[in-house]
Design a protein. Structure first.
Length: 216
């Protein structure tokens, strides 16, 4: 059976990237996906916005929803301080296993844990099973119609604290209208929109940053 696009991405990383060098893995994926096969990594343009917000937040505990090939997990993990950790949820077993290999090649596997399953099933387990107290930073990049319900679920599970930062990809393309409606009219969140472009394309896209202000 011929290989999947994701397997071809792993092959090019495995062949061309410098082992243990996260930047070279990111560059390798960006080159391949802009020249050979488009793929839904956050990419280099939105990636720079993600970098800046991660650096400003300097999080100890990060949750990512939607691992895919691990590009944004590597992007985030490479900026984390020594004891900090990133938990990333992926329900597609092929993507999860490819992401695991790419994350290992990047050399950030000591900071990253891939949790296989659906966000709605795993989020309620984070406190007890994964010993998470509060989340400092959440990157939403999974099913766009899950952004709003999962934000509500994170709050209900007591995983957000005053100052927790949510960053949502693709709020223009493919779009997350329910999330935008929910989060921008919610007095418990302070929102900022970062205009950019869809990864590897000239199409407009944006990311939404929402800082949780607390339950009161
Ligand atoms: N609940 C749950 N829990 C855990 C999970 N793990 C995975 N999933 C499902 C995630 C499925 C992939 C999500 N990402 C996207 O759909 C996406 C799409 C485009 C895009 C596509 C076509 C175009 F023509 C243009 C742009 C671009 C992006 O940047 C995207 O992020 C989960 N769901
Ligand atoms: Mg995305």
């Amino acid at each position: 059976m011929d290989q999947s696009k994701e397997q071809r991405i792993l092959n090019t990383v495995s062949y061309n990237a410098i082992k243990g060098n996260p930047e070279s893995v990111l560059d390798c994926i960006d080159k391949y996906c802009s020249k050979s096969e488009w793929a839904m990594n956050v990419g280099d343009e939105k990636g720079l916005i993600l970098d800046k917000i991660v650096e400003e937040t300097n999080p100890s505990v990060v949750l990512e929803l939607g691992t895919y090939c691990g590009y944004s997990a590597i992007r985030i993990a490479r900026l984390l301080k020594p004891k900090a950790r990133l938990l990333t949820i992926e329900f597609n077993p092929e993507f999860a296993s490819i992401a695991k290999e790419i994350i290992e090649i990047a050399g950030v596997n000591d900071k990253v844990t891939i949790l296989e399953g659906h966000s709605e099933d795993i989020i309620p387990q984070l406190k007890k099973k994964y010993e998470v107290e509060k989340l400092d930073f959440v990157f939403l990049d999974h099913w766009k119609e899950r952004y709003a319900p999962d934000t509500i679920l994170l709050e209900e599970c007591g995983l957000l604290r005053k100052g927790s930062v949510l960053l949502a990809d693709n709020i223009i393309y493919p779009g997350a209208p329910e999330f935008i409606k929910y989060i921008r009219n919610n007095k418990h969140f302070e929102c900022t929109t970062f205009l950019s472009h869809l990864e590897y394309m000239k199409v407009e896209d944006a990311m939404e940053k929402a800082v949780y202000l607390g339950p009161e």
